[in-house]
Ligand binder design. Sequence first.
Ligand code: ZN
Length: 791
Amino acid sequence: MKREPISRRNILKSVALAPALQTAIVSCAMADEPALKGAAGIDRVTVLTGKTYLRGWAGYGNPPQAYRGFGAPPPPPPEQTGPPFSVLWSKESGPGQVTFADPKKLVTTAQFKTPGYYVLRLTADSAQNRVTSTLNVKVEAPPPAKQLDAVYTKNFTIDSPLWNARVKALMVGWIPHCIDQINRTDLTLGPGGIDNFVEAGKALRGEPHGAHKGYVFSNAWVHQTVEAMSIALMIDPKGDREIMAAHDKMRATLDDWIPKILGAQQPDGYLQTAFSLPRVDGKGKVDNGPFKRWTRRGDHEGYTGGYFIESAINHYLMTGKKDARMYDAAKKLADCWCDNLGPAPKQAWFDGHQEMEQALVRFGRFVNDMEGGGKGQRYIELAKFLLDQRANGSEYDQSHLPVTQQYEAVGHAVRAVYTYSGMADVAVETHDPDYQSAVKSLWDNIVNRKYYVTGGVGSGETSEGFGPNYSLRHGAYCESCSSCGEIFFQWKMNLAYHDARYVDLYEQTMYNALLGSTDLEGKNFCYTKPLDARDLRGPWHNCPCCVGNIARTLLMTPTWTYAKSDDGVYVNMFIGSTIRLENVDGTDVEMVQSTNYPWDGKVTLTVNPKAAKNFALRIRVPRRDVSSLYRPTPEVSGLAELAVNGAKMKPVIENGYAVIKRAWKAGDKVELTLPMAVQRVHASERIDATAGKVALRYGPLLYNFEAVDQDIAKSLAKDTPLTTEWRGDLLGGVMVIKGKFSDGSPMLAIPNYARLNRGPAVQAAPPGPSEGGGGPRPRGPAISVVWIKEA
Ligand SMILES: [Zn+2]
């Protein structure tokens, strides 16, 4: 695996000495790379009044390389063979004063008083020469003091041609399939479902029992599927017999599984079956333990525990807060963690795979909402403690630096986005400007340097992880779980900043990366999502992470569609639905969306407050150009039309939302039209893989070219008119894009989510990468591509 030296672009080489004196600013995204649209590339965002942590290097020869957590560690730093030198940090440009803690130290901090764009300079000076590196810093005001309120998932109705079918496939196909697989005791690929809980329960009762099966974190199959079932049971079946039968199966499964899950919980609340059962390694060697908790980074204790805690939230909501078995057990587990881990005399520790952090904040807020009195606060505090413990490790699990000093998205992509999602939670809860700065810098680095046009993340150049800046090869890893984590991260940024652009991003990931995770029938799924697919989906995988995550994330429609503030309602997504929002400035409001989006742009919103009430309705005005890596043309922006109870209006647009403030009464109607047009998307010339290529989009949907329709090695003609056509007979009904290749033959593009649904079925998922070891595997010819040549 080729490793990029850190910040190669930024090193000014001297010809005067060999090896030359050099400087580098390490452990951050590097500067000097103007983004596609002309704005200077940003290396850091610093939120007032936080610090910018500076880690400079100066010396002779190439600077040290970061260990990317894959393969052999890089060579040690070169020996210093030149004359002595001094170093100095200074401000090159910027609107205000910059204070360095110690400008003569390579590792130091800078602080700012005035927002704006700054360039900081690191100079190394020897008797013979002087070299410099620079760092671009954007200094900005902190986010609003209060975040938006999340909308919990409660009983709701979906009524949208696209989503009706997708949701039904998950409920009737995918979730029942997951239940069946998890109930099996004979699986060789991806074993270790509910049977691990049954055996662990026997072990706890002192009865004869079997060994643990599957990965140490195989409990994730069960916990995520419990949450997916709980959410699915809140969706109105609207009399559909197949959905009603699937609901019956889910209810029966929960009745069967919950006593088994809770029977495996240890008396003090700890829960992970691999800690109660003998473990068997790949060679059949049995390890009878005992297994000491909180000692090994690879045991995924927080990973599985976090999913259990999260599953309890939606289970409790699904039962109308009547069945508290899961909720109480989740509190017991969270309390067990809080009682044992924390500042001295408790134990300091962190898990190698993040998830517990964001679960603890989600659960802490939920407990605060359910019980009041700040009872959930200790869970939120432990989440921060766990994040603050990350240090002295590697980029692979984001422990190479304290999290507040991390500015570049690196390492395993699921772990990374789960970290950043948890950090965004902690930033909101604490208002800590160093947390806010790191979160915003990481966000900027992902969106403007490491983001696929599908909204997926993780090129796979490091183990299942992020590659260098702008290195976005089509054979991407883009694991389904990293799409889920990317959605959580962007959603939390929306709640923190009250800004629609974060929804633009999670909508992008939802439609184009996550929605196509399963096939149209919900029978097979993708673990990874290359942009030049060679394989169809498979029915199962050896790794338990994605299968339940896909369903639980996609089905949480109320949460993604709306948010609340003290003065009203935010409409974030356009999905035909009926969703009740509790306590909007003191009254409940039923929101009814009627739309055929994304097949056309007309949306009717009926606002039904229980009591007439003054409040603001903020409707997102979609933008398709939030990432500076991609330029869609022609520009399609704004609202084509907006009317309230038939009267046209021109609303004020704030933070990407059209704001309508008025006295609302039941039956009030807002009609809007979102502009829809086919767009050609070109990527920054900094991305090598997309040179000379084009992608197509229509509204929020990115498109795909399939070999089953045409020769995908051909070039799309630059000047061909691109038209849309509704094809009710194709792929369950899709809007296709038509045009001509440069040889005059017809071109057909289908929505990316509907790709890989035509072709021979595969019998089993290809052997996936094991945890921590995702190397390249042989690849046949592409059968489905997002980017196509343009000539
Ligand atoms: Zn996964």
